[in-house]
Every structure is written in C-alpha cells, then in structure tokens.
Design a protein around this ligand. Sequence first.
Ligand SMILES: C[S@@+](CC[C@H](N)C(=O)[O-])C[C@H]1O[C@@H](n2cnc3c(N)ncnc32)[C@H](O)[C@@H]1O
Length: 276
Amino acid sequence: MATPFTPKQAHKFDGALLAKLQGNVSEQIARQILELIPPIAPTSKIHDNGCGYGSVTNEILASPSTPKDIQITATDINAALFTPLAERAEKEKLPVEVKQMDACELTLPDATFDLSISNFCFPGFKEPVKGAAHIKRILKPGGRAAVTVWDDIPWRELLVETHRKVRGADAPPPPFLIDNCPTERLRDILKEAGWQGVEYVTRSGWLSVEDLREWASLAWSFLGHPPGGWTPKDEEVWDEAIEIIVKGLDGICVEDGAGGWKCEMFATVAVWAKEA
Ligand SMILES: C[S@@+](CC[C@H](N)C(=O)[O-])C[C@H]1O[C@@H](n2cnc3c(N)ncnc32)[C@H](O)[C@@H]1O
C-alpha cells in the first residue's frame, strides 16, 4: 500500500507536540474536575480515559491531597501520544499503568474503578454511547465519572474559515473541526448510556500560546487534516493557510504579559456517580 502523502511542513504528532497545542489548558480543567468530586480516597483505582500525554494523571499525582497508594490505569487509542506518560511512569516508578485501548471497546474489568475521567476525548469516539456504557460498566457501585467537552473554542471558526479559503467552500471539512460532541450532544450520549442524575457545570481555562506562528502550524497539522487525507495541494497552500491563522489569532488571543499569548476556553464538565 502506498504511503499516504503528508505535506513537508506538517508536524508528525507525538505527546510533546499535543502538549504544546493544548497549551496547559487541559491541565487547568483537570484540576477543576478534582475540585468537583469528593477527595480521592486511599487505595482508589482510577481510570484516565483517552489519556493522551497524561494531563489528568499528572494533575492527580501532583495534587497534595492524593493518597500515595492509589493506582491509575491510563488508556488511549494512540500510542504515539501516550508514550511520554508510559516512559515517565516506568522511569519514576509511578503507580500508573498505560495501555493502548479503544475507549469504545474497553477491555478493563467490570466494577473495578472508583473514578474514571474522560478529559476532552469523547469527540474522538466513533461510538460515544458505547464509550459511556463501558465507563458505567467498569465503575464500582458508587464510583464517580467525569467527562469534559469544549463548549466554546474561540479559534475553531478561524480554522474552518482557513479550510474554506485554501480548499474551497465545497471541500468536506476536517473531522476534528466538526463539533460532533457539543454539550447538548453529550447530554444525549450519557442519557442513552443510562447515566442518570448527571450534573453539568461550566469551567474555563486559558490556553497558553508561546508563539502564534508555531501554534498555527501545530493546529493546522493536527486539526486541518482533511477527511480524504492530505494532498500535494495542501503542501502548496500551507504557508497561505498558516498566514490566515496567524492573522486571525491576533484578534482572538491576548498578550499574556510575558512575551506570549493566551486565549480563554470554556468547557462543560459532566460529573456523575454510579448508583451505589
Ligand atoms: C484532546 S486529547 C485529550 C488528551 C487528555 N485526556 C488531556 O486531557 O490532555 C484527546 C485524546 O483522546 C484520544 N482518543 C480519541 N479517540 C479515542 C478512542 N476511541 N479511544 C481512546 N482514546 C481516544 C486521543 O488519542 C487523544 O489522546
């Protein structure tokens, strides 16, 4: 099979680049999730679903109130993204097991976890209701779950507009730019999966951007990927796309006072306790 074409300017994504793209904003929401649930009890078993490079796991471990004898199982479909977490867990002998697993086909055992956190991964799920049903299945009675989705991504429309400008209005939009799991959809998904009594709250965090041009290039590499795959035309119009994004970001981000930029993002946090 021929290797799919990739523009020479596109970044090859790994955990470190995802961390740069997310600009510490996932961590801020993860911290706020921990404030919305009861304190983590000793010997808790915790599931970090769609863990990526580990923002949730890292925040749990960094919290001074987290007991030392907890066990975290971090799962993600994409091994390239979780490698930094797996390497750190091994090197620092952390109580963290990292496994490659599709959240819609979780093979973790029934009624085992006290807490499962899905931070901004539901929009990537092909069968989100199945994903939510698995979380319900693996939680102990009385166990808690939290699911987050972005409510307002100020730069999403800018990337959609960039797509239209460089590829034409009729070109099918990149899957990552279709908001397929906004709050209303999340409510339907969790209801269909049998989660009753979910509490929904809004929390915000600030995306940190060190360099607008670098961030534009990371965002276009990760989120601008067209549904049929990159084409040589994408390589030709790459610089034009980045230029449009950089100009647009100037009106969306504000200076952070330390030479960089920041932009506020709002998330919906769904918090649920499984029937005891
Ligand atoms: C935006 S990142 C968030 C990562 C991490 N939870 C955080 O808060 O930084 C979304 C993550 O969901 C993962 N993901 C997407 N679809 C998935 C699936 N079906 N099963 C497991 N993980 C999935 C991606 O690989 C990616 O690591």
